[in-house]
Design a protein around this ligand. Structure first.
Ligand code: BES
Ligand code: ZN
Length: 628
């Protein structure tokens, strides 16, 4: 893998040289008759970037809310024409009406069979010298990247559309080389019904266009999974010089209040690992059906409104998406088997930002909760499961989203923290700064990370090498023995009060004044299992968990509610499951319900009507639990 890039450059160089002044007279080779195979470089793409990389994309799309279709053209510019005249792109459920040169000359193309996970390869025959082409196409109403919302599913009275391209969904709305190994710049013209506003992972408007036509450009090269579009009744409010929020009018001022510290976060991040490379950092709050907490679309993080707790207590999520501006968007995982390169580094960076802003005690709470998540996911997947390796070995039949877990996040975090604690923070920070600089706007796989770590940090120190246990982390299961164990002093009073409560003190008598939501989460996670109805009532009477506006706490509480058949939880669970589409909450709650026959019955009943309100990504996960 590691040498591929060099080989690729050589190929480009030769291709480029042979074109200079020679009129590119390579003999056209015949298309091999074999069916398209997944890329040698990325098991989750059909594309052949080793033959020709897409360097620039120009989208011209019309958004049709009635038909739930995007239609128009994608024009692709290649760095050099493929030597065998064959370009393969990824698509999924796209209707391709024509492929042509930019002057309109039609080009022969075929849509291969493909598979369920990867979609269909679009094979295009290009004449010699062709460095640009145009594809006329439309999306399917069931495109997996797109969620079309009715006005009832929003906070206003207009329909809404948003995309979610990571991991391999971009191909369902743009024909592209859908692999994080390839980067391109892009520009777009998007036509929407006025008065709606369109925003993208690009330069963005702050005012509505009366004709509904918006133009965008993204001048820094990005991988396809960072292509993003949202259309709705959106307004903008500034929160700082480089920062601001977009949201529906009913949510805007609440969102701007909650995110008032964003500019300070950008500054803290720059202080740690170097200049912010993307000009602006804005956050778009989506309607509640957004399936993730956040998505690091460049220049414009997409976020769930479930972090608007009203007390700025869930901002680590913004720190996380901001941190991706370095780890992920600048230095990108080469394949989805290397996801920890994006997510593990980002969790590490997120906690460093939170430490800079809120202090060490605060970030240690996040880290300890993270360790609990790590233990839970290892327990769930099994201590010897290959899915607990940092580097995964998924093949082309397996959608990376189907095995999404906390492993790349928390095991990745604890590896980096183990390195930090072994070599010292100063030395590790120097390494990270040079890492972000060295690999900016490139994609690297786990092997490349290891080789740069060994070269730039370990530097031949044999005892350091053996102390780090890198193989155990990367290709071994479970939690390696040199993992740091976190002990947050802020959780000590929580544990003391828990002990008082379990030994009979009434909940109302506990000393909980001034606890923040992480302390409450720690409390909720360590309640006894099972609890009696009397105990549940005692807690709820004192702390009103069933009606809390904090989504993290509600989720944790309702899990106890279901497990202990606590009657007031019934309507609350149903209300929560119908009010938002964040997979992180839907998945455990539906799973918990499904543990008993009556619960499964109820879960299926709720899901039957709620399913249509969830994003295809969440639907796929929940279908697996409830198999409707
Ligand atoms: N990039 C991820 C979301 C993602 C990962 C989407 C893999 C599809 C495939 C995003 O940055 C993320 O990690 N979101 C988390 C929040 C975070 C604070 C852990 C989420 O949505 O819960
Ligand atoms: Zn992330």
């Amino acid at each position: 893998m590691q040498n591929f890039k060099n080989t690729l450059y050589l190929v480009f160089l030769c291709a480029g040289l042979s074109c200079v002044g020679l009129g590119c007279q390579q003999a056209p080779e015949e298309l091999p008759p074999t069916p398209v195979e997944p890329s040698r470089l990325d098991p989750h793409s059909w594309s052949n970037p080793e033959a020709a990389e897409v360097r620039h994309l120009k989208l011209d799309l019309k958004v049709d809310f009635e038909a739930r279709i995007l239609s128009g053209t994608a024009s692709l510019q290649l760095v050099a024409p493929p030597m065998d005249g064959r370009l393969i792109l990824d698509t999924q459920d796209l209707e391709i009406s024509a492929v042509s040169l930019l002057d309109g000359t039609p080009l022969p193309f075929t849509l291969g069979e493909g598979n369920d996970a990867l979609g269909q390869p679009l094979e295009i025959e290009l004449p010699d010298n062709a460095e640009a082409l145009r594809i006329d196409y439309r999306t399917s109403p069931s495109a997996r990247a797109l969620q079309w919302l009715t006005p009832e599913q929003t906070n206003g009275s207009y329909p809404f559309l948003f995309t979610q391209s990571q991991a391999i969904l971009a191909r369902s709305w743009v024909p592209c080389q859908d692999t994080p190994r390839v980067r391109m710049t892009y520009e777009a013209t998007i036509q929407v019904p006025p008065p709606l506003l369109a925003v993208m992972s690009a330069s963005n408007p702050t005012e509505r266009a009366t004709d509904g036509v918006y133009s965008f450009h993204m001048d820094q090269p990005i991988p396809s999974y960072l292509l993003a579009l949202a259309v709705g009744d959106l307004e903008f409010q500034s929160t700082g010089e480089r920062t601001g929020v977009y949201a529906e009018p009913a949510v805007l001022s609440k969102a701007a209040w909650e995110l008032a510290e964003t500019e300070a976060m950008v500054e803290a991040a720059e202080e740690l690992y170097g200049p912010y490379a993307w000009d602006r950092y804005d956050v778009l709050f989506l309607p509640p059906s957004f399936p993730f907490g956040g998505m690091e679309n460049p220049r414009l993080t997409f976020a769930t409104p479930t972090i608007l707790a009203g007390d700025r207590s869930l901002l680590a999520l913004i720190a996380h998406e901001l941190a991706h501006s370095w780890s992920g968007n600048l230095v990108t995982n080469a394949t989805w088997n290397d996801l920890w390169i994006n997510e593990g580094f980002t969790v590490y960076f997120e906690r460093r930002i939170m430490e800079a802003i809120e202090g060490r005690e605060y970030s240690e709470m996040l880290a300890q909760l993270g360790y609990q998540d790590l233990e839970a996911v290892v327990e769930e997947l099994g201590a010897t499961s290959p899915l607990t390796h940092l580097r995964l070995e998924l093949g082309p039949e397996q959608d990376p989203d189907d095995v999404f877990s906390d492993i790349p996040y928390e095991k990745g975090y604890f590896l980096l923290r183990a390195i930090e604690e072994t070599v010292g923070r100063q030395r590790f920070d120097e390494f990270l700064r040079s890492y972000f600089e060295k690999y900016a706007f490139q994609s690297i796989d786990t092997e490349e990370f290891l080789s740069t770590l060994r070269q730039d940090l370990v530097a031949g120190d044999a005892s350091l090498e053996s102390e780090l246990l890198l193989d155990a982390w990367i290709t071994g299961p479970g939690i390696p023995p040199n993992s740091p164990v976190v002990h947050s002093t802020a959780f000590e009073p929580v544990e003391a009060e828990l002990a008082r409560w379990t030994s009979g003190t009434a909940a109302k008598k506990l000393h909980t004044a001034g606890w923040n939501s992480h302390q409450w989460l720690h409390f909720l996670r360590h309640l006894p299992k099972p609890m009696s109805l009397e105990q549940m009532r005692d807690l709820d009477g004192a702390f009103s968990f069933t009606t809390t506006g904090n989504s993290e706490l509600l989720n944790a509480w309702l899990l106890h509610g279901i497990a202990n058949s606590y009657p007031p939880a019934d309507p609350a669970v149903e209300g929560f499951l119908r009010s938002m589409g964040r997979r992180k909450f839907l998945q455990p709650l539906y799973t918990k319900l499904a543990e008993t026959p009556e619960g499964l019955e109820r879960a299926r009943q709720i899901y039957q009507t709620a399913r249509a309100t969830y994003h295809p990504v969440a639907q796929a996960t929940l279908d697996g639990i409830l198999n409707p």
